[in-house]
Write a protein that binds this ligand. Structure first.
Ligand code: ADP
Ligand code: ASP
Ligand code: MG
Length: 373
């Protein structure tokens, strides 16, 4: 059995969804399909929620209408005989409108509410695409259980693996799961982080010991650099898990970084393929790959929107426990550190965090070292 994940652009139009069907039906194995929301939909929903919280009612209604129209158009192109969107889809769109009204009335957007609305793109796309593929729809939030860290929830692998294994014990044929969405123990919707549908694919592949995980996207595989930035970037035929993790952690958006770990642990190969050009070989990610003397550097990636915070003081030199206090203070705020460096003279420590957490990180450091400062 294989797991095939199709990203937003791969399911962004009726034409591409037909490509997806060709790819899925062309497999000679049982297939689990994971789908994202239609390309751009999650961003649109996020924007609507932001408009709702500032009370820009007219604007978000306008956006909502466009969202309904987009899904309606895709639906009509796929099912010309059945003009009306199916009931589950209209139900989710209605729910979206109601929650947006709630956000607008209260003027508050909590992480819990945001996760509920952000997941609606996948909740809709899985309904439409499962009908088109005639696949058994399996609702990921019933199987993928997380903590309550809304926005980027941590998976409870014990529970999740158990549920997936029970549900797919005698699985044959084609099943379809929405990517990105999950639930906490209380039954609230959570999400696995932006770009998280890749991770859904990896979680399912690892739980079910799949033969491979295929990530179908809009480029010819893992490339030597971001093709939007570097025009002559080219596809890397093979990467190791460690190389893929390193490149994706440092900005290669083609794969969501947490995706690698579950498949790495099980030794499941990952293929990155282009939905529009399935004939191209793409990239294979496995335990080992020849590095070659001619091209020892596999690729270059970069991330923007990063803040570098430096703490400096002669008083830090030779004092044990400074780093521990610093990083404990940051961890307490649940801020992820991307990079750390300390001068060997020990009088500066620098670390990098996402820009949005910079002020919070600075406050945490200032509070921890209040006496020294
Ligand atoms: P999907 O919707 O299929 O998940 P994403 O937009 O998340 O697709 O990821 C694919 C995109 O990642 C590509 O269109 C490309 O612009 C970008 N990207 C950034 N770095 C790389 C890289 N090194 N190799 C390939 N694609 C990259
Ligand atoms: N739709 C989600 C996002 O845009 C998840 C994904 O596409 O992987 O972040
Ligand atoms: Mg993606």
């Amino acid at each position: 059995m294989k797991v095939l994940k199709f990203g937003g652009t791969s399911v962004g139009s009726a034409q591409n969804i037909r490509k997806v069907r060709e790819i899925v039906l062309g497999q000679d194995d049982d297939v689990i399909v994971v789908v994202s929301a239609l390309g751009g939909v999650t961003d649109k929903i996020l924007n609507m929620a932001r408009l709702a919280v500032i009370g820009a009612e007219e604007h978000y209604h306008e956006e909502l209408k466009l969202l309904v129209k987009r899904h309606q158009e895709v639906w009509s192109a796929l099912f010309p005989e059945e003009p009306a969107l199916p009931e589950p889809v209209t139900g989710i769109l209605k729910e979206l409108e109601q929650v947006l009204t709630g956000i607008s009335l209260i003027g508050e957007l909590t992480g819990k509410t945001l996760d509920r609305v952000l997941g609606m793109g996948e909740r809709i796309s899985c309904e439409i695409i499962s009908l088109f593929l005639e696949a058994r729809l399996m609702f990921s939030p019933d199987f993928i259980i997380t903590d309550s860290h809304f926005g980027k929830a941590a998976v409870d692998f014990r529970e999740t693996n158990h549920r997936l294994q029970e549900a797919c014990r005698n699985f044959r044929g084609i099943a379809l799961f929405p990517g990105f969405i999950s639930r906490n123990r209380q039954g609230d919707f959570t999400t696995l982080g932006r770009g998280g549908s890749d991770y859904t694919g990896a979680i399912i592949a690892a739980a079910l010991d799949a033969a491979s995980l295929e990530i179908w996207t809009d480029v010819d595989g893992f490339m030597t650099a971001d093709p939007r930035v570097i025009r002559n970037a080219y596809t890397i035929p093979a990467l190791t898990y460690a190389e893929a993790m390193e490149l994706s952690n440092f900005g290669a958006k083609v794969i969501y970084p947490p995706t690698i770990l579950p498949v790495y642990k099980k030794g499941i190969p990952v293929h990155i393929k282009n939905t529009i050009h399935p004939e191209n070989p793409g990239t294979i990610i496995t335990q080992s790959s020849a590095n070659g003397k001619e091209r020892p550097i596999k690729g270059i990636s970069s991330i923007s929107g990063i803040a570098l915070i430096t703490i400096q003081g002669i008083g830090m030199v030779g004092v044990a426990g400074i780093s521990m206090r610093l990083f404990t203070a940051i961890a307490r705020e649940k801020i992820n550190i991307i990079f750390i460096s300390q001068a060997s003279s020990e009088n500066t420590i620098s670390f990098a965090v996402e820009e949005q957490y910079a002020t919070k990180a600075e406050e945490a450091v200032c509070q921890e070292f209040e006496k020294e400062i």
